[in-house]
Design a protein around this ligand. Structure first.
Ligand SMILES: Nc1ncnc2c1ncn2[C@@H]1O[C@H](COP(=O)(O)OP(=O)(O)OP(=O)(O)O)[C@@H](O)[C@H]1O
Ligand SMILES: [Mg+2]
Length: 494
């Protein structure tokens, strides 16, 4: 029998377990969606117990389907939606409330007050992040403040905080751990020392006793138990960082853009911590045990595929995500309609929590085809904005863009993306790079592959989209987009 590794991909919309063989082929996959709990405008929650149960279920399902046992896996990796915040009771292992999801905007006032008191640059310098609703620290404080007595219990050491990776690792290994990539999204970790920072914790009001141990992403997290008894946890990587590894973006300047729930550009900056002047974040790319961390610049866009899901679930205009392509193709162009999906405010490069979604340019002529087109085009415009920011920061023009994620199946979107960027857009043969990255990490640590040079060569080009749009037309689109962004700002009043 060959060698196998497992990867848990716990995402914003669902949980997956994938078994990968030594050639990098997917042998077995199981998937389950979980509920999006939307109690108020701008609020997004998940049930930690549902996520845990679904994760354990898909592990069992995928193992059963392959006729395998956990002990057949050389190692297992976790990759996860980042920043989403869980607090649980150390004794019972039960969460004290729903998880507050990364897209949730309820901490806007608090984030603004942090910027006011300490200055946005204080956080940027140490953590690579501006104070924003996106990150975990303010979400921790919010949960502690909402439930009487929790603050004291946290100080007394009775409560544990974790992002989703920690929550799952706690239950599969019994250890309270996280990795450097997930920790770099909390506003609590010093990027240089890769450790929790007392000043940051004091500023946000998070007792350090709640925090997990920070470990390298690709390393030994210990033996598993329960459904994974017989194997070891050998990787934890935030989903976007796993995609960087899955695209084998190990060289300085290697850049990928993932199109899923949101759009996330990551560009490898090597051992150097590069601070952005253009609204990008600085984050840990990944870290192998015993080696220094590799850093990255990141352009995070909250809503991309989630806008497609919104058309499907909230508006009922399409019945599946794929259907958006035929609907959008029913019209020759956007009919001058623009959509800014600022559902969670705007992340990179704007960082405006006062923005909300707008649909502009409507006339009697507009129809649902134009709306579908505007939703798709918004994804391409947002990606263009973060690519421009990256080029401004690094001074290096991109020759082509390496893309992945669920939305790259959409040929209309990818063609428009190439047109709007004016460079080739390259889709690899395996677009599921998140789960692949977690599997590669897990397999390298477990000895299935001897190092990054040895991982199966999967960076195979499947499709290349070349720009064909005339520059004048492109400029007109970009002017329309820029006006639409202006219209989305200043909606929420402080
Ligand atoms: N053909 C398509 N056209 C447009 N959007 C699509 C298409 N197929 C899938 N999507 C969108 O892509 C997203 C799913 O992609 P993917 O699984 O990569 O997302 P993700 O961000 O990893 O999700 P999660 O956070 O749950 O892991 C969904 O938001 C879906 O609406
Ligand atoms: Mg995902």
């Amino acid at each position: 029998m060959g060698q196998y590794v497992g990867a848990i991909d716990q995402g914003t919309t669902g949980s997956r377990f994938v078994i990968v063989d030594e050639h990098g082929a997917f042998v077995s996959i199981a998937h389950k969606e979980h509920e999006q709990i939307l109690p108020k405008p701008g609020w997004v929650e998940h049930s930690p117990s549902e996520i845990l149960k679904n994760t354990l279920d898909v592990i069992s399902e995928a193992l059963d389907a392959a006729g395998m046992q956990a002990s057949d896996l050389a190692g297992v990796g976790i990759t996860n939606q980042r920043e989403t915040t869980v607090i649980w009771d150390r004794r019972s292992g039960e969460a004290v409330s729903n998880a507050i999801v990364w897209q949730d905007t309820r901490t806007a006032d608090f984030a603004r007050s942090l910027a006011g008191t300490f200055g946005a640059d204080a956080f940027r310098q140490k953590t690579g992040l501006p104070p924003a609703t996106y990150f975990s620290g303010p979400k921790i404080r919010w949960i502690l403040d909402q439930h009487p007595g929790l603050g004291q219990r946290a100080i007394d050491g009775e409560l544990a905080f974790g992002t989703i990776d920690s929550w799952l690792a706690w239950h599969v290994t019994g250890r309270h751990v996280t990795d450097v990539t997930n920790a770099s999204r909390t506003m609590l970790m010093d990027l240089g020392s890769l450790s929790w920072d007392q000043e940051l914790c004091d500023a946000i009001g998070v007792p350090m006793s709640m925090l997990p141990e920070i470990l390298p992403s690709i390393g030994d997290f210990g033996p598993c138990r329960g459904v994974l008894e017989g194997t070891r946890l050998t990787t934890i990587l935030g989903d976007q960082h796993a995609a960087l590894v899955g695209q084998a973006a190990f060289g300085v300047g290697d850049t990928k853009v993932t199109y899923g729930t949101g759009v996330f550009l990551l560009s490898n900056t090597g051992a150097e911590i590069v601070h952005s002047n253009s609204g990008l974040l600085t984050t840990v790319g990944y870290q192998f045990a015993g080696e220094p961390a590799t850093y990255a610049l990141e352009g995070s866009v909250a809503i991309a595929g989630a806008g497609v899901q919104w058309l499907r679930d909230n508006m009922g205009i399409i019945s599946s995500a794929e259907e958006i392509e035929s609907l959008a193709s029913s019209v020759p162009d956007n009919g001058d309609v623009y959509f800014v999906p600022a559902f969670s405010g705007l992340f990179a490069p704007h960082w405006r929590d006062d923005a909300r979604g707008v649909l502009v340019g409507l006339t009697r002529y507009s129809n649902k085809g134009h709306l579908a087109r505007a939703v798709l085009e918004a994804t391409a415009f947002q990606a263009k904005d973060v690519v421009d920011a990256m080029v401004a920061d690094t001074g290096i023009d991109l020759a082509e863009l390496r893309v992945d994620g669920g939305m790259v199946a959409n040929t209309l979107l990818m063609g428009f993306q190439a047109d709007i960027l004016g460079i080739d857009v390259v889709v690899p043969s395996i677009t599921d790079t998140t789960v692949l990255g977690a599997a590669f990490g897990a397999g390298i640590e477990a000895g299935v592959w001897s190092g990054v040079e040895d991982v199966p060569h999967l960076r195979q080009e499947a499709v290349r989209y070349r720009p064909t749009m005339d520059a004048g037309v492109r400029d007109r689109y970009l002017r329309g987009w820029s006006k639409a962004i202006d219209r989305s700002l200043n909606w929420i009043e402080p």
